[in-house]
Design a protein around this ligand. Structure first.
Ligand SMILES: [Zn+2]
Length: 71
């Protein structure tokens, strides 16, 4: 299980997606404006959780969650 956070800021993402990061990602501790998603066994459920919270453009970070990165 890893803890996940979703970046609320989208200006650094070319597609305007909300990137979802795992706690072992180098970006994780750099997020200043984020939604905590709790612990998940995979990025898939973390992204699903983010979408359920009202962020349909949530997408896995290509660094830490490439399996969930769609763009
Ligand atoms: Zn990441």
């Amino acid at each position: 299980m890893k803890e996940y956070r979703m970046n609320k800021r989208t200006e650094s993402n070319p597609k305007g997606n909300n990137e979802v990061h795992a706690s072992d990602c180098r970006h994780y501790n750099q997020l200043t404006d984020y939604v905590p998603l709790g612990y998940h066994s995979s990025c898939f459920s973390a992204v699903r959780k983010a979408k359920s919270l009202g962020y349909p453009n949530a997408d896995g970070c290509k660094v830490c969650s490439p399996a969930c990165h769609t763009e």
